[in-house]
Each structure stands twice: as structure tokens, then as C-alpha cells.
Design a protein around this ligand. Structure first.
Ligand code: SAH
Length: 482
């Protein structure tokens, strides 16, 4: 295993640095060091014509001959770039003995520091390292990022540096400045810089600064985090997470998603589980109000979609009542995500004409069901919070005339690594759930399409087919026979 490295950008302007070696590789290293303002000495028996010219122009100093330990006197940093491992090893050992940081090009073992792959948008630089484990991967990533990152970012960073004092004196609070910088990034400034219209860009920046609010107004973004797989987040969600001062999140939101949020954002778990209300809804609303009134950008992060059994509606009513500005970012709801990741096409036209999202949270919600309509044929039910009410679901549906052979898929931890799918029938549902200890969070899909999971699954472990043997023919075969 490669050692974990500490990332670092070194300030070398005016400092003496030694490069041992006078070939093409050394020449590249010298170029980068000169760009950083280092005072470079090259030690080698011979130099490339370019290096010789640099020396002639006094851009670099020179030591002639074989490596001598005294070359290390006074330098801060050493790079060995010879093609002779023996020499490289001597340089490395001598540097380490003097507690100097040394890099031997393409030799992680002999190096105490490594030079990362760089995406250069000076003064902005992005460094990538694989700690020597997979340099190819770092290079590939670099290529990808090169194409992603606007070349106008460099000029933008310089322009913001020049404007920094003005910005600071007008916007004293860090959170106000963050909002302002976000607005700059979304404005025409970058387009203007890209088009080489630096003066207009400067003017646009000034206009934005003049109109930036000087006192904080808090706001709330209600964000759907999706069912668990971070790649199902929307770009809008990612952006809200990166702009947040405070994140109030449900317990169901996976840590991998919270890792994508702004590092400095305060994270508050207000998890709720059926029957175990950690933090009451009133308390959640009080927290939203408190943080928004303090001028913070609050993200209320919920599993799935905020408006699907997520109490997002109540929170908006509350915010409206208290005059707090809000936005809503939808998420992929568990019903859609679990179906997709289990291979259940919710409205496959051979089997269903409609899909209904229902919650079976409490006895009370079950009591209010119109069982007759739920039991109607050619529809799919996606049941949220249903694992605790399996017996009642079964008897309600059977009582209203639904056939016991109807397939049911229990999808536990949908889209997550630990996803588990159990395919059974309505008649056998309680027995299957008990036998396989089905647990929350789980979504139930009831209807003929649920049986398709047995053939169309693609993600994670294959489903457990717990249907009675005679009911196991995949729907696809029936169709072929028809
Ligand atoms: N707003 C959420 C639903 C909240 S209710 C949404 O749109 O998805 C919580 C219920 O959602 C859970 O009891 C479970 O039935 C379902 N659920 C949420 N995430 C799930 C997941 N990853 N796998 C299976 N079911 C999930």
C-alpha cells in the first residue's frame, strides 16, 4: 500500500533549489521551478542546449561534474533527475541525512516528496496525486479535468485577487462574501473573460459588488438527496450542498452524500425513524427558523424527494408563514429508484396502466385506505414505510379481492451496496418477510411487474425468489407463449 501523502503547495520564490541532472527530464523540472520563482542550480556533467542557454543568460546557476554532497549546502529542496539510479540514490540519501525534501523523478521509493500532475489555471492550480500507486490514473484524471475546467478561471482568480480588498471592505461577513462569489461564478464575468473582454468583466464585477446585499438574509433550500447512491443526486442538489452554512439532514441520508457538502457547513442530524422520532417536527421547524433568521443558508436535506412522504409541504407552509425565502430541489424518490435498481419497470405496458405511491406508515393511514381501488387490477403499488404493516396490507388487499398470487418485491436499502430484493407473492408476503427478516428502509412493490425483478435485475445480488415454485415462471416466458 502506498503511503498516505500530505498535500502541500510550496512557496519557493527566491529560494535556492538544486536539480541534479542535465537532460530533458531535468529541463522540464527546471522550467516548473523557474515558473515558481525558485533560484535554480543545476548540477550535471553536461547540459541540454536549452539548459546551457538558461545558464548563459544567468537564469540558472551551475555545478559541473559528478554529484557532490556540498551541492546541497544552502538549498531548500532537491530534485534528482538523472537516468542513473546509483546517482539518484546517493542524492536521495545525502538529502535525507540533511533533512532536505528530495524528489527522485519516477521513483516513489527514493522520494520524500512527489510532484503531482497539475491542471494549471494560474493562479489557480489543481494537483493530483496517486501517491505513486497509479500514475496513469492520475494522468487520465488530469486530462479529464483539463477539458472540464474553463481556461477563464485563471484570469478570474487574478481579477478576484485584485478586487479582494474592495470586496472585503464592502462585505464584512464571510457568508456574505461566499454568496457574492457564488453570484460572480454564475454571472457573465466568466464569459467575458473567456472572450478576452477583461475591461467589461471588471465592470460587471463592480456592478455585482455594488448591488450585493450587505446584510445577510437567510434562506432555506429543501433538497431531495435521493435514495442513497450519491450519483443519483441532481446537480442542483450538489450545488445547494456546496453553498450551505447549515445542513439539517434526515438519518436516511447516506454519509457518502454528506461528504459531498461544503466542508465547513454545520451538519445537524434530525433523523426520524418510524415510531422513533429523534427530533420532533416542531423542533426541526424551530431549527430551520433559528438558522435562517441568523442569516444562514440552510439546506434541509431529505431522503428521496422532499414532497413524497417527506413532510416538505408542512415545512414550506411554516417557512411561508414566517416569511423565510425558500427553494425546493427535487430528488429521486425511493419508489422510482428502488424500481430501477431492482429491474421492476413500474408501468410495463403488458402489466400495468398506472402506479400509485402509498404510505402504510401507521394503522391510521391503513384505516383510511380505499382498499377496493388499491386492489384493482393492472396497476402497481409502491408502498413506503410498509415493512411494519405487512400483515395488515395483505389482509386488506386480499379482503378487497386482490389475488394471492400477485407478485410483491421487497426492496431493502435500494440503490445502496447492501441492497437486497425479495420476490414473493401477496399471499406469502408476511411469511417471506419474516423468514428473511425484512427491515426498514424497504419499499414494497405490489403488482404483476414486481415479478419481473426475477429476470430483469442487474444491480447487486440477484433477488431471493421466495414465490411458490408454480408461480415462478417469469412473465417474459408467458408472453412468448401467448
Ligand atoms: N421522501 C422519501 C420517502 C420518505 S419515507 C422518498 O421520496 O423516497 C421513508 C420510506 O421511504 C422508507 O420507510 C422506505 O419505505 C422508503 N425508502 C427510502 N429510501 C429507501 C431505500 N434506499 N430503499 C428502500 N426504501 C427506501
Amino acid at each position: 500500500m502506498a503511503t498516505r501523502l500530505y498535500p502541500l503547495f510550496a512557496r519557493l520564490d527566491g529560494l535556492p533549489v538544486l536539480v541534479v541532472g542535465g537532460g530533458a527530464v531535468a529541463q522540464r523540472k527546471v522550467r516548473a521551478l523557474l515558473d515558481a520563482g525558485a533560484r535554480v542550480t543545476v548540477g550535471a556533467p553536461t547540459l541540454t542546449p536549452t539548459l546551457a542557454k538558461c545558464h548563459a543568460e544567468s537564469a540558472i546557476a551551475r555545478m559541473v561534474g559528478d554529484f557532490d554532497e556540498r551541492w546541497l549546502d544552502d538549498v531548500w529542496l532537491v530534485i534528482a533527475a538523472t537516468d542513473d539510479r546509483d546517482v539518484n540514490q546517493r542524492v536521495s540519501a545525502a538529502a535525507v541525512a540533511r533533512r532536505l525534501f528530495v524528489n527522485v523523478v519516477d521513483d516513489a521509493e527514493l522520494s520524500s516528496f512527489q510532484v503531482p500532475a497539475i491542471i494549471d489555471r494560474a493562479p489557480l492550480q489543481i494537483a493530483i496525486s496517486s501517491a505513486g500507486a497509479a500514475p496513469m490514473l492520475a494522468r487520465r484524471l488530469r486530462e479529464r479535468l483539463e477539458t472540464l475546467l474553463d481556461h477563464a478561471l485563471g484570469p478570474l482568480a487574478s481579477m478576484l485577487e485584485r478586487a479582494r480588498r474592495r470586496i472585503r471592505s464592502r462585505l464584512r461577513e464571510p457568508s456574505l462574501r461566499r454568496t457574492f462569489y457564488d453570484r460572480v461564478l454564475d454571472s457573465r464575468v466568466l464569459d467575458l473573460l473567456r472572450a478576452g473582454r477583461a475591461d467589461e468583466a471588471e465592470q460587471a464585477l463592480d456592478t455585482l459588488l455594488a448591488s450585493a446585499p450587505v446584510s445577510a438574509t437567510g434562506s432555506v433550500v429543501l433538497v431531495g438527496a435521493g435514495p442513497g447512491d450519491p450519483s443519483l443526486l441532481t446537480l442542483a442538489a450538489l450545488r445547494a450542498l456546496n453553498q450551505a452554512d447549515v445542513i439539517l439532514h434526515d438519518r436516511l441520508v447516506s454519509p457518502a452524500i454528506l461528504d459531498l457538502a461544503r466542508r465547513d457547513a454545520e451538519r445537524i442530524e434530525v433523523g426520524k425513524e418510524a415510531g422513533n422520532h429523534h427530533v420532533s417536527q416542531d423542533r426541526i421547524q424551530a431549527l430551520l427558523l433559528e438558522h435562517a433568521r441568523a442569516g444562514r443558508r440552510v439546506v434541509r436535506l431529505k431522503g428521496g424527494d422532499p414532497f413524497v412522504f417527506g413532510r416538505g409541504g408542512e415545512e414550506l407552509e411554516f417557512l411561508r408563514e414566517h416569511d423565510i425565502a425558500y427553494e425546493v430541489v427535487p430528488g429521486v424518490t425511493a419508489g422510482l429508484a428502488c424500481a430501477a435498481y431492482a429491474g421492476v419497470p413500474l408501468t410495463h405496458r403488458d402489466h400495468a396502466q398506472s402506479v400509485r405511491f402509498v404510505t402504510a406508515h401507521t394503522q391510521e393511514s391503513l384505516g383510511a385506505f380505499d382498499w377496493k381501488s388499491l386492489a384493482a387490477p393492472r396497476q402497481t403499488l409502491a408502498v413506503y414505510m410498509g415493512v411494519g404493516q405487512i400483515e395488515a396490507l395483505r389482509s386488506g388487499l386480499l379482503g378487497a379481492g386482490a389475488p394471492g398470487r400477485i407478485p410483491v418485491a421487497i426492496i431493502e436499502n435500494g440503490t445502496r451496496r447492501e441492497q437486497r430484493v425479495i420476490v414473493t407473492t401477496l399471499g406469502h408476503l408476511p411469511r417471506s418477510a419474516a423468514r428473511h427478516a425484512a427491515r426498514s428502509p424497504a419499499l414494497l412493490i405490489i403488482g404483476d411487474v414486481a415479478g419481473l425483478a426475477a429476470t430483469l435485475h442487474w444491480f447487486g445480488a440477484a433477488p431471493i425468489d421466495d414465490r411458490p415454485r408454480q408461480l415462478r415462471e417469469p412473465a417474459g416466458i408467458e408472453r412468448a407463449a401467448a
